[in-house]
Design a protein. Structure first.
Length: 267
């Protein structure tokens, strides 16, 4: 079984809370209560809208909340379903910023990654958090979970950072043209690919664009380059994925085959 994890985090929240500390916690607490209360509901609404004409609507559930970050988990059944989920989440992020953050120095950034639970990752039940009303509360542990949280380092406001496994699924999807993907660089991640630089891939909806603000472009060379770039050709993205697999197999005798959504693995 392959699960998709989706992280949405506040940008600028630390400075925002620090500036309002003297006014009491209530002066900033309401903004974050609003986020954790309303954002998941908006995600559910946009997922329903995205799959309105489909026989099946995927369940996108909150896995955990950490600080100013909410992490969702779902089980996409196909590359097309995964791509549609990403587009719905991006749309929700844009809508939430427009409705709730327009007059605040806060933004949202997103990350998406996959974890194979027929492979090296495991799910465990937390009895203390389980109940007859809500069912079993599951936690997820493994190298793919660790990788995903490392990739969040690449996330920026106005787009979504993707792991290479997610990129590959988008490339396979018949609705891939609805997504714009950008290979904007590479950077080593602690505990990932034995120290070799990991490709940084950002996504936005093809009908939109990077929602970067002028000072964000000025302050970040990656954002500045991406704002002027064209989407990366699919062949170049697939080459980056193939190079990663070749490196892992040749240099570290590690196989990382393509994932097949629905629990199967390609031959």
């Amino acid at each position: 079984m392959v699960r998709l994890f989706l992280s949405v985090d506040m940008v600028g929240s630390t400075d925002f809370k620090a500036r309002l500390t003297g006014e009491g916690s209530g002066s900033w607490l309401k903004f974050f209560q609003n986020f954790f209360s309303n954002f998941p509901l908006m995600v559910a609404g946009q997922i329903g809208f995205e799959f309105l004409d489909d026989a099946h609507t995927p369940a996108v559930e909150v896995w955990k909340v950490m600080g100013d970050e909410v992490v969702f988990v779902t089980k996409p059944g196909s590359p097309e379903e995964l791509t549609s989920i990403l587009l719905a989440l991006l749309r929700t992020m844009t809508m939430y910023e427009e409705r709730h953050l327009a007059d605040l120095p806060l933004r949202l950034k997103g990350t998406a990654w996959l974890a194979d639970f027929d492979g090296p990752n495991i799910e465990i039940e937390i009895p203390e958090l389980s109940s007859s009303e809500t069912g079993a509360h599951l936690d997820f542990i493994g190298p793919d979970i660790d990788l995903g949280f490392r990739v969040t380092k690449f996330a920026r406001a106005g787009c979504m950072a993707l792991s290479l496994d997610v990129v590959e699924q988008v490339l396979l999807a018949s609705n891939a043209s609805a997504a714009a993907l950008y290979l904007v660089g590479s950077e080593p991640l602690k505990g990932v690919m034995f120290g070799r630089a990991y490709p940084i891939v950002w996504m936005h909806a093809a009908s939109e664009g990077f929602a970067s603000l002028p000072w964000e472009i000025e302050a970040d060379p990656l954002v500045a380059a991406a704002s002027k770039a064209q989407p990366t050709p699919a062949a170049d993205l697939q080459r980056a994925i193939d190079n990663m697999r070749h490196y892992l197999k040749k240099m570290h005798r590690t196989d990382r085959p393509p994932l097949r959504l629905g629990g199967e693995v390609e031959d």
